[in-house]
Design a protein around this ligand. Sequence first.
Ligand SMILES: [Zn+2]
Length: 506
Amino acid sequence: MGRPLAIVRGVALLGLTAREVRVEAASSPGLPLLRLVGLPDAAVREAGDRVRTAITRHGLRWPGERIVVNLAPADLPKAGSAFDLPLAVAILAATGQVPIAAAAACWACGELGLDGSVRPVAGQLPLVAGARQLGAERLLLPAAAASEAALVEGLELLPVADIGEVVELLGGRCAPRVVEPLPRQAGVTGPDLAEVRGQPVARRAVELAAAGGHHLLLSGPPGCGKSMLAARLPGLLPQLTTDEALEVAALHSLAGLRSPEQPLDLRPPLRSPHQVVSAAALVGGGSGVPRPGEVSLAHRGVLTLDELLEVPRAVLDALRQPLEQGEVVLTRSRARVSYPAKVLLVAATNPCPCGYLGDPRRACSCRPDRIERYRARLSGPLLDRLDLQVSLRPLDPDALVGAASGEASSVVATRVADARQRAAARWGGGTLNRDADPQGLRHATDRRALARLAGALHGVGGSARAFDRTLRVARTIADLGDDEVVRTVHVEEAVAYRLPATRGAA
Ligand SMILES: [Zn+2]
C-alpha cells in the first residue's frame, strides 16, 4: 500500500498568462525510482536530480521506493526550474516528511540549488502575480524574492531560504518570516531637457509625442542632438502606477533582466537596442515559450531606434503589428503567447548614408542612387505610423554659446500630464490621443479644419489612415493649448510634422 497522493500547486507561464499546474506525487513499494510525467521540458526533467541531491544533502530522507510525479494538466508545456520547489514539497509530503494537508494548502515556485538552497528564477514576479490571480492564498517562495512578492497584494507569503526551512515551516515548527515590501523608486528618468539648446521644432515634437503617445522620427546629421532628445522623452511621461510598474517589472523579470531585490521602478522604461538587433530580440522570440523582446521591455515607456535605416527591413516590418495593436503575439508549436507592447517609438535617421546631406559644414559624399535606395528602405507602412517627423538642422556652435538653456523637463512634464488628463477624460480609461476613435475625433473638430486636412494630405497622396493619424496629432496640439475644439491652426501644425519624410526632404 502506498501513502495518499500528495498535491502541491505550481504555476506555468505562457507569456504573462498564468496557468495552474498540479504537482501530484505518489510513492509505492518497488525499486527506488523517480518518474516525472506530464510534458516536462528538459529543465523540469533535470529537476528530479536537483531535488534528489538537495534533499539528501540536507539530511532529509530520499525514499527507497518508487515515486511517480505527475504534472497536470498534461497538455500544458512546463518549462524552467520554477517547478523544483513544488516538486520537492510534493515528494517530501508523499514520503511523510511534511504533512500532506500543509502541502495541499499552499502553492510553490522557486528553484533548488544542489546544496538545498531555494532561489528565485527568471520570471519570479509574474509567477507570484500569476499564483495570486489563480486564487492562491499561501505561497512558498524563495526568501530572496519575498519583498518583491509582497508588492502583490492578498498573498500570505511563506519565504524559505532552503529545503530544511520548508520542512520546519510546513511542519509547524517555526513561524513564517516577516516580510517588508520592496521600496518604490520614483523621480525622473534620464537627463533633463534643459540641457538641450536650440532645436525648438524638435523640442515641440518631443513634447507632443509625450502628450499624445505619437511615434516620432528625428532626421538629421550626426551631432545635431537626435539621441539627446530621445533620451529625455521618458522623463516627460507621467510616473507609472504601482500596477503598471508591476506589469513592466514582470516583463523584465521574464527576460531575466530584473533581480527580485531591485526596488519597484515607477519611472517609464527606456530601451535603446542597437541597430543590428534581430527581429526576435526586438519583438520577442526564442525556443520553447518565447520571451519578451525590446518592444515589450519598453512597455509603457520609450523605445528608441537609432539609425533606423540601418535596421534590416524584415526587422522593421516585425515592428508594425506591435505598434498598431499595442501587443506582440508570438506563435510556437506548443504555445501562443502575447506580451503587452504599448510603446512610444522614437526613431532617428541620418538624411543619407554618409549623414551630411544638406549640412553646410561638410559635403555629402553619397551618390544619388544610393540616397534613393537608403530612403526606400524605410517601409511605407512603418513610416505611416511615425506621426511626428522632424528634420533637425546641424547646430551652429557659435549660436549655442549664447543660447539660453531650454525649459526643464519638469515644466514640460506638467503640461504633458495636463494634456494627457484631458485626453483620458474625453476617451475614457487611460486612452491616449494616439489610440483615439476616428469618429470621436471628427466630432470635436472644426469643419474648416477637416477640409484643410483633407486638402493638405490629398496633395501628398496621404491615405485615410494618414488622415486619422494626423487628426490625432492635431487633437494633442489642441489639448496642449487647452482647446476643446481642433481648429485649422492645430491641423496645420500637425500636417507639417507629417510632410518632411513624405516628401523625402532632408
Ligand atoms: Zn551623404
